[in-house]
Every structure is written in C-alpha cells, then in structure tokens.
Ligand binder design. Sequence first.
Ligand SMILES: Nc1ncnc2c1ncn2[C@@H]1O[C@H](COP(=O)(O)OP(=O)(O)OP(=O)(O)O)[C@@H](O)[C@H]1O
Ligand SMILES: [Mg+2]
Length: 349
Amino acid sequence: MQQIVRAGHRRSSRWPTTCGLASAIVPAMTSSTLEADRTIPMTRAPAVSLRAVTKRYGERTAVDDLTIDVPCGVVAGFVGPNGAGKTTTMAMLLGLVRPTAGTGSVLGESLGDPAAYLQRVGALIEGPAFYPGLTAAQNLAVLATAAGHDRAEIPQLLDLVGLGARQHDRFGSYSFGMKQRLGIAGALLGDPRLLILDEPINGLDAAGVHEMRGLIGSLASARRTVLVSSHVLAELEHVCDWLIVIDGGRLAYQGPVAELLGRAGTTLVVAPEHPGDLSLLSAVIASAGHEGRAGGGHVELAVDGADPRALAADVNRAASAGGIVLAELRLVGRSLEDRYLTMVNGGDR
Ligand SMILES: Nc1ncnc2c1ncn2[C@@H]1O[C@H](COP(=O)(O)OP(=O)(O)OP(=O)(O)O)[C@@H](O)[C@H]1O
Ligand SMILES: [Mg+2]
C-alpha cells in the first residue's frame, strides 16, 4: 500500500482550531529536538482515542483489543516489531481499514465516521507515491489542487522539509531520504491537526535518520499532534513525548517516554578478581541479605529503589569480610531499548 492521505481545507466547527493549553501537564521531555515549551496535555480530549479495537483477517488477529490515547500536541511514537499491527492501526485511523470490533475517536469525531475528521488529518503510509517525471513543487501542486488546498503554502512546506533548494528537480532524481521528506510535505498540505507517519525513518542512513528526527520533532505544536511509527524504538525515543508500544496486536505500554525509562531499572555488577571466587562471592552477598544472580564471571544485583551507592558499599564490605578482592563494582543503567526488548517478544507472527 502506498499512499498519501491529504488534509483538507474544511474545518469542523465542532472541534477547536487549536489543541489549547492543559490544566494538568506532564513536563516536556528533555530532548534538544523538542520545543522547550511542549507539554503533554492530560485533561483535554485526546487527539486519538481507541477503545478495545480489534482487526481480524480471517483467523489472523492483526490488532487485538487495543485501547490507546494520544494526547493533543505531542509527538507520539507508535512502536512494535514487524507484524505488530502498527500499519493496520494507522489504516483504521485513516478509514482505510474497518475495525472488526471496538470504538474510537479521532480529533473528537467517531472512528466510524472518517469523513468527519479526515479533512484535518495528513498521513504518509508506507512511503510516498509521486510522479517521477514531475518536480517536487509540481507534485505538491497536483496534490494541493486535487484536495482543494491553497498552492501558495507549497514553497514554505518545501523549505520546512529541507527541499527548498531542490524543489525544481524531478522527483525521480531524488534520493530515498528526499522522497520521504517530500512525502511529509505532501502530508502537511492543508495544515493538518493530526499527522500520521508510518515508518518515515525506515531505510534512511544515519544522517537521514538524524535529519528526519529533527523534522518530526518540529512538526508537533499546540495545534498539531504527530503519530509516528517505527519498529526500532531507538529511532524515536529521543523525539517522542509519548510512547505506545504494541506487540502481537496488543498494547504493551503507553505513557510518557521518561516513565518507561524510569521503569528500566539499574543493576549493580560485581566481579571478583579471581573467577574461582564467584560462588563464594555469591554466598557472601546472599548472607549480607541481597539477592544476586551469578553468571559470566560476575554477580548482578537489581537495585530496585535502594540507594545504589549504599548497596555497592554494602556488597564491597561483605566481599572484603569474606576475603574476596573485587575487580569490578559498577552500576549499569538499562537502556530504553533493553526495556523495550523485554516487553516485546513478537516479531513476525
Ligand atoms: N490485508 C491483510 N490481510 C491479511 N493479513 C494482514 C493484512 N494486513 C496485515 N495483515 C497481518 O496483520 C499483522 C499486522 O500487520 P501490520 O502490517 O499492521 O504490522 P506492522 O506492525 O505495520 O509491521 P511492519 O513493522 O512490518 O510494518 C501481520 O501479521 C500481517 O500479516
Ligand atoms: Mg507497517
């Protein structure tokens, strides 16, 4: 499936033209790519809300009883392994796929009535499709005309996605990253309130990933919410305010990125100078009242809310009293990726 779903120019009078400010907020994430004042509004109606949404294809359940909320004005990462159900979920939000069960709303309108909100939604699903013989500017003009958008916004959009200098080159001559960025420009026509991007970073080189992250981070505002998918958490963790993780069609996590990182946990790694002392070290740590797991020449202890320095000192004392010289005593923070990998065990089903 290759398509760009374009935002239209008609605005619904039942939905405010901005997401507005929240009365209860979660502080913005620390990423330098985020706008300093972006916050997560928790009390306004979410931009996207799904309740127990399921999509079955015959015997196969692509999306399974999924309940999610995407707060207004955030960059929300939608992460899960291949086959987790990301594209299917996004296609349901865009009215391209009909849910088997469940309800939901997008920009305040029922999921069952996509025509009521699609004019305010821009999307890029599985890569852009443009005419190779036309320039970037001409391609956007075709899209704008078809959707009834003001063509005057095109030069500004091309500048925004970093294609201003190449706008008169043929699409067919563009690099993969440039094509992706033009796809985002196309999805931004009509100034949508919700932008849905399916794997926009997939296949880009390191510099392209960096640029695309910066672009995505700049697209959310008080007026606009961005829902962006990836099967690689590391691609999105620095640009997202909000994270939704799915696996096997089911929700594994949703909430602020920082909260997931906070749950990732820290481990104390303790290694004796002489590998032969490992079981003795395990025993003295246990007799000091701590639970450790021996293996790979060291003992690992979960810090689990304890004072890490006090724990390290206690273990060091116990080892010393047991006549064991330590060669290693270090705290290791688990990365968000580690946490993610323990949550998902999916992959293609
Ligand atoms: N039209 C369809 N007919 C039958 N099965 C489908 C269809 N579309 C998706 N599926 C199945 O639904 C599951 C979820 O697919 P989906 O494309 O939503 O996953 P995804 O998370 O987007 O994966 P990827 O990271 O590979 O893009 C997969 O098992 C897929 O084979
Ligand atoms: Mg997909």
